[in-house]
Structure formats: C-alpha cells, structure tokens
Design a protein around this ligand. Structure first.
Ligand code: IVH
Length: 678
C-alpha cells in the first residue's frame, strides 16, 4: 500500500514536534505544552503509524513503548574502554590531585569542570548519522550488554540527535538514574503487586535497565544525564569538556544543569561544599562530585593510570553513618569456607537502605573494636559497599554486654577451623565440600546469573536440596526430576517443571560461563573470559602448567596455582566429567592453543609506561602478549624491558635504578615489526 503524501508529511511533522517537546521537557527542563497535549500528539502519531505500517521509523517517538522481550542480552565490546574514576574521600587527596596535574603540565591554575556524580549506572549510547542505534551497559568496562531496546524507552534519551552538525558516528556516555520519588513509587507498586523491593534508586535503575522485557523498562521512571564521549568518527569535536557538554545539550541530550566551570582547587572544594548542602534538596541521588580537567588536549597529555584517567577525580561525599544496637554476633561460612563474623543489628536506615547486618571482617577486627553483644555501635554504609561497624560507643555499653568467643569448629559441619593469611587472620572451615554450608554457597554460585544462569533455582530451594541430600555436587542438579522437585517445600508442580526446563536450557552454555561457574578460587568472570580467549578449550586449560597459565593477561602466580591445583583434584575432574555426561556443553572457540613457549617473547616480562603516540596502551599490551610476553604493571628485578613513551612516570626511574633495559617508542616499534606481523 502506498502511503499518501499527506500522511507522510503529518507523521514527519508530529515526530519533529514530539522530539522538540521532549527536548524542552528533559534537556531544558522547561516544557511548552501540557502532558495531555503531548499525549494527544503521540496518540495521533501512533494511529497514523498503525494505519500505515511503512511510516514507522526506528527513531519514531512511538518506539518508546518497549519492544518484544528478549531471551538474553547480546554482548557489546567497547571499542573505547569505559573506565572508572579514582576516588578521593578527603580534601587533602583533592589538593594532591590538583598539585600533581599542575606539576605534570606545568600550569599555575587548572580549569576544571565540576559535575555532580549521579548515582545510577553508566550507559553508552551509539548514534550513527544522528540515529540511536545501540545502548549498552558498562559491564566490566571492556564488554557490556546490549540494552538498546530498553534504552529506547527512556524519554530523556533522544532517538535522533537534534540539528545536523554531528559526527557520522558518535558514542555518548552518561548515567541512567531514577529520582527518589520515582523509586518510592516503584517500590510501592512492586509491593502491592507482591513483587520484590529495590534497596535504593541505583539498584532500581540498574534492575530496570537490565530487564529482558523492554515493556517493563518502559514503565520505570528512568532518566539520563550525559557527561562524556566514547568512540567518535568523522567530525569536529569541541576543545573542552565544558564546550562538549554544551554541544551535547545542543544535540538534545540531557546534561546535568548543576555542572560548573571552576578555577583551581579552592573553587573545586567550594563547589563540593555547596553540593553537600544542596544534596538533600535534589530530586535524584548523587554520591559525590567529579572534577575533570576542562581542556581536552591537556586531558590527553595527562593520560591514564591503570584503569582511571589522571585528569579526573571522584570526590565522594562522606560515608553515611548511624548508631544502632548489636543484637548478636554470628559467623557465616562462605563458598570457599572462609568464616566471616557478622553483627546482627537492630535495623537502621543508613546510606539510603535499611541495614540489619554488618560485616566484622575477621577475628582481629572484633578485638580491635572490642565489640560485645548488647553494644551500641556506629555503622557506616558508603556507596554500594557492605555495611561496617565503625566503632563501639563505650559509654552506652550495658553491664550485661557479652564478649564473643570465636569458634574453633565450623558451626555448620563441625570441622576444624584453620587459620591462614598474613597473620593467621583468615579463618577457614576445613570441611571443603563435606561442609553443607560450603556446598550450598557453591551451588548458589554455580546457578547464578553470570554463571550457569539457572532461572528459578533460588537460595531456598538450594538449601533444601542440600539438606535433604538430594544434591551432593553441582552435577547432581542435572538429574533432578519434576517429581522430586515437586516434593520440596513451596515448589508447585508448575514451578518444578519450569525449573527442570531451566536446568535443561542452562546445559547449552559458553566456556567462560562454565569456567566461572566452577568456582575456582579467585577466578572471576573476567579471568574466566581471559582464560577462554587464550586457550579456547577446556582441555587446554586443564592441561596448562602453572607457568603457562601466568602468561594469560592478569593471571599472577597465586591465581595460576589455584587453577592448576583445582584441575589436579580428582573429585573436580570427576564432577566435570559427570557434568559433560549429563549434557552440559559449549561451543569451543576453535582457538588452537598457542604453544607459548615457542613465541619470540615468551618468558619475557615487559612493563609499559608513558604515552605512546603510535597506538593506545591496550593495543601495545595485546601485541606484546600475542608475542608471548607477560606485561606487568610495575617494574621489579624480574622485568626484562621497560618500554617508555612520552612523559613517563616513576616506572622509568625505577627501571634506571634497577638497571632494567629501556626501549623508547621507536625501538619498541622496530621490535614489533621485527618479531612478526599483527
Ligand atoms: S566520568 C573516564 N562523570 O561514576 C571517565 N562519571 O566512578 C569516566 N559517574 O562509571 C566517568 N557521574 O558511572 C563521570 N559526571 C560524571 C559521572 C560519572 C556519575 C559514574 C559513572 C562511572 C563512575 C566512576
């Protein structure tokens, strides 16, 4: 069916009007029509588009209602990594930050942009020829999740950039967040629908964006403030952070209205104090201030240290503290048997959530605090860290306050507790998988979302499976039947069927998920991924020597030993065989294990420092690793070469002191071209 010209024109006109109103509402915070009028325009467009389906475009404002649910999120590789920020808690640290910058770039007064640090989650938006084509979470900074359909439901995110002067490809980054009011309303709705409560606005924003069903995301009150760029292709960019923010606004992207240009550290601190005051009256949560060097070319010459820029700093607001009563002290047994004492508290609202437990870390910490049951204590919760007991208020100790005897045997399996770590500080249950607490935690980890992702296998069910002896090890999960499961408490026939189906689905996995799921000590998601990328098959990982394992990015001697030892234990090998027999499988990536010992730089440890002009640090690192080298973060007597770029730091000095061979960039590039093509 051909669409009449009139309908085409009207649709285009409505779209332009709606986009303009969005801009007034979200970016300028100054709406020029009522909500009802907006809704009328939107409805008219919806009707036109449903009459003439050809009229629907990807950037139409009607596309915000939410697409069909997904089964899982695709991965997104960030071409420009999404880094984090160094934190400062004290003014002194801000002063040092500013002094270091002035010394490095040799200027008297540095101009900064001070921005509120909104407490939400970092999101990347990719625009191609002005149209939003992808939204992604930060993930681990290198790889995130594709949440395009969800991002599209957020009204303050333009589906098409305003104006015409934008680069062909531009990635904008910012924070998606929820207002306090939106958060309370959401929790109220959740509670009347019998659904789970979110602990704070950040958690609610993250949960809402990581919904597989975009129609649910569409109902969540999310907003976004933009503050940075990622990838940019083909376009002129402003010369300062401040100008960039103005530019983003010009394109219709929302930027915090509280951003200010300040000069020198005194003005940074004045801005900070002003915001501490203002914070209570803001409608959304902020957890600090971010200072950024304004001049983008200065930013570039300052560069990065490890995973954070030298030109920016997050100045966090003071941790929030409250006083409450310690009702009991108990110990918890973790997945690897670590025994952690916890204080059970009279519930108290602190740092935006209700806290009823606080970690006491270890035995020494209880002694340091001189903590007793019945004490009144100060608890602190900063950002998303676990609540802690800061101190005991001695004056309020009742006579009957009782000291705590650290157990000598595991409270769950009664095996002996052994002590390890520097000063015998870590207490560990020696029961291994004989200990039902460890078994439960192991199973919970195995089933968790980032591991085997077994939907519906919650903590309560795992507790029962272990307690009834139905499941001894992770492989036993795969022989559970509907009849067996339906016999458990609070598990109806239908849920049992769903769980068996979820178990079946989880069998098709990926090697890195499987490796992570095994729960090898200190092998997190990133390490699992790196092992997979390096070896390509489980066989090769299982056969690798400790030395060989250390050539994998970021794997040091301790983790290498953990992996090596894990695969030498017969019960682990047996469980893996059992899992495979029961149908757990993954596509091998087909990478043939490189014989690392034959690579030209194998056995060499190399350190990179300073700014390289020919390639980013990451690429230099990857190329050296491809040649078999281990790229280390600091210089020691074991370092073979230090590669020094422009404006090197203390590593170059250390290299000279230790007599380590130093290569400049030209020598480094020569070495690369001599040793092999990319
Ligand atoms: S800049 C390389 N600016 O804080 C610079 N981050 O602790 C990267 N955040 O992951 C970030 N408000 O999620 C920047 N105005 C702001 C921010 C901000 C909140 C978050 C962001 C980032 C985290 C780092």
């Amino acid at each position: 069916m051909t669409v009449p010209i009139r309908a085409q024109q009207r649709a285009a006109d409505l779209r332009a009007q709606l986009n303009q109103h969005n801009y007034h509402y979200y970016v300028l915070d100054d709406p020029i029509i009522s909500d009802a009028e907006y809704d009328r325009l939107l409805r008219e467009l919806q009707e036109l588009e449903s009459e003439y389906i050809e009229l629907v475009t990807a950037d139409s404002p009607t596309q915000r209602v939410g697409a069909e649910p997904l089964l899982s999120f695709e991965e997104v590789k960030h071409n420009v990594p999404m880094l984090s920020l160094s934190n400062a808690f004290e003014e002194n640290e801000v002063i040092t930050f500013d002094r270091r910058i002035r010394e490095r770039v040799d200027v008297d007064v540095v101009e900064y942009v001070a921005e509120p640090k909104v407490d939400g989650l970092a999101i990347s938006l990719l625009y191609e020829r002005g149209v939003l084509v992808r939204g992604a979470t930060r993930g681990d900074g290198m790889t995130g999740e594709d949440v395009t359909q969800n991002v599209k439901t957020i009204r303050s995110i333009p589906l098409r950039l305003l104006g015409k002067q934008y680069p062909r490809l531009i990635e904008v980054r910012g924070e998606v967040f929820m207002t306090h009011k939106g958060f309370l309303a959401l929790n109220k709705r959740q509670s009347s629908a019998g659904l789970k409560q979110f602990v704070n606005p950040r958690n609610a924003a993250a949960g809402s964006l990581r919904q597989l069903d975009p129609r649910l995301t569409a109902q969540r009150p999310l907003q976004m403030f933009c503050y940075a760029l990622g990838e940019v292709d083909d376009g002129d960019m402003p010369e300062s952070q401040y100008a960039l923010l103005q530019q983003l606004r010009g394109w219709g992207l929302a930027v915090s209205p509280l951003v200010e240009l300040v000069e020198g550290v005194e003005q940074c601190l004045a801005y900070y104090h002003g915001m501490v005051e203002k914070r209570q009256s803001l409608t959304y949560p902020i957890d600090g201030i971010v200072y950024k060097v304004n001049d983008l070319s200065l930013q570039q010459s300052l560069g990065f240290v490890s995973r954070a820029p030298r030109w920016a700093l997050a100045h966090k607001f003071p941790a929030q503290e409250e006083t409450t009563l310690v009702k009991a002290i108990e110990v918890q047994v973790g997945r690897t048997g670590a025994i952690t004492p916890v204080a059970r508290l009279e519930p108290v609202f602190v740092g935006g959530v209700t806290v009823s437990n606080a970690t006491l870390h270890n035995r020494a910490e209880i002694e340091r605090l001189d903590l007793r049951v019945g004490d009144t204590v100060v608890v602190r919760r900063a950002g998303d860290v676990i609540p802690e007991v800061v101190k005991v208020i001695g004056k309020r100790r009742p006579r009957a306050a009782k000291g705590f005897q650290f157990p000598t045997r595991c409270p769950v399996c009664h095996s002996e507790i052994v002590y390890e770590g520097g000063e015998g500080i870590i207490a560990r249950c020696s029961g291994g998988l004989y200990c039902s607490a460890q078994r439960k935690e192991h199973l919970k980890h195995f089933a968790s979302r980032k591991a085997m992702d077994i939907d519906g296998l919650g903590d309560k069910i795992i507790d029962q499976l272990v307690e009834t002896g139905m499941v001894q090890d992770i492989a036993d999960l795969y022989s559970l039947t509907v009849a067996q499961l339906a016999g458990l408490d609070r598990l109806a026939e239908k849920s049992a069927q769903n769980l068996v189906a979820a178990l079946e689905r989880s069998k098709q996995t990926t090697l890195h998920r499987f490796l992570f799921a095994l729960g090898i000590s200190q092998v997190g998601e990133t390490t699992a991924r790196q092992l997979t990328d390096h070896y390509g098959s489980l066989e090769s990982i299982m056969n690798a020597t400790e030395n060989d394992l250390q050539s994998v990015t970021d794997i040091g001697p301790i983790v290498a030993t953990n992996i090596y030892t894990f695969f030498r234990q017969s019960h682990n090998k047996q469980v893996i065989r059992k899992l495979r027999r029961r149908g757990v499988m993954w596509p091998e990536t087909g990478i043939i294990k490189k014989d690392v010992s034959k690579l030209p730089l194998s056995g060499k440890t190399i350190v990179l420092t300073g700014i390289l002009s020919a390639m980013p640090r990451n690429e230099a690192k990857a190329r050296l690793q491809d040649l078999g080298a281990k790229v280390a973060g600091s210089v020691s007597s074991k370092t073979d070469y230090v590669i020094v770029g422009a404006e090197p730091g203390s590593k170059a000095i250390k290299a000279a002191q230790l007599g380590v061979e130093v290569l400049d960039e030209t020598q480094f590039l020569k070495l690369l071209s001599k040793l092999g093509p990319r």
